[in-house]
Design a protein around this ligand. Structure first.
Ligand code: URA
Ligand code: SF4
Length: 205
């Protein structure tokens, strides 16, 4: 797989990055997805949230976290006292990777090579927005930003200082909450997720 690096403008702004990423063909995923789903939100965001890759609805609309996982994220942010309008949301990989199952398109995990190919876009978003805090949602985002030896299961919810942002946290992906086996487990998992985000909100005060 290639790298998006040569496509990143030398003195990027978010609109310039978004325009350049629209043409990206640095890895094979450009062909499978409908469009590049670039990050969205405030250019002065205090909180940048990084997911894995766009899902079905994101692929069709072109905006990150607008489907079921995004609605759960919105709810959790609100419960934690974080205003989504002061946040920036994006993904480690900017094309939807899927395989057909009947009429449905089923999410497939991006490969390490695809994550690496797409990383320059994420790095540029962080460099331009320079958020006070970065939240990795799930293992793919954490491994994209913190390396492949990082374990969300071990360090979930911990606040770190990092060269990437003054405050960094890794927690679960909202999709994992939606996949919980029953309502009780879902409620417990959502409460833990809100707790993690509330700890971050506290640190930002
Ligand atoms: N899951 C993600 O990781 N990102 C999205 O934008 C939507 C679902
Ligand atoms: Fe480029 Fe990322 Fe899309 Fe691959 S997934 S084509 S690197 S934007």
């Amino acid at each position: 797989t290639g790298t998006a690096e040569p496509l990143v403008p030398a003195h990027p702004t978010l609109p310039a990055l978004r325009a350049a990423a629209r043409e990206c063909r640095a890895c094979p995923l450009w062909e499978r997805g409908t469009q590049t789903v670039f990050g969205a939100g405030s250019p002065h965001a205090e909180v940048m949230l990084v997911g894995e890759q766009p899902g079905n609805e994101e692929d069709l609309t072109g905006a990150p976290f607008v489907g079921p996982a995004g609605r759960l994220l919105d709810r959790a942010l609100a419960e934690a006292g974080i205003d989504r309008s002061t946040a920036y949301v994006t993904n480690a990989v900017k094309h939807f990777k899927w395989e057909p199952r009947g009429k449905r398109r089923i999410h497939q995990k991006p490969s390490p090579g695809e994550v690496r190919a797409c990383h320059p876009w994420l790095a540029a978003e962080i460099a331009v927005v320079r958020p006070r805090s970065l939240v990795c949602l799930g293992a793919t985002a954490a491994q994209a930003l913190l390396g492949r030896t990082f374990r969300v299961t071990v360090h979930r919810g911990e606040l770190f200082a990092s060269p990437l942002a003054p405050i960094l946290m890794a927690t679960v992906h909202p999709s994992s909450i939606l996949r919980a086996p029953d309502d009780a487990a879902r409620r417990t998992e959502l409460a833990r997720f809100v707790e993690d985000l509330a700890r971050l909100a506290d640190a930002l005060r």
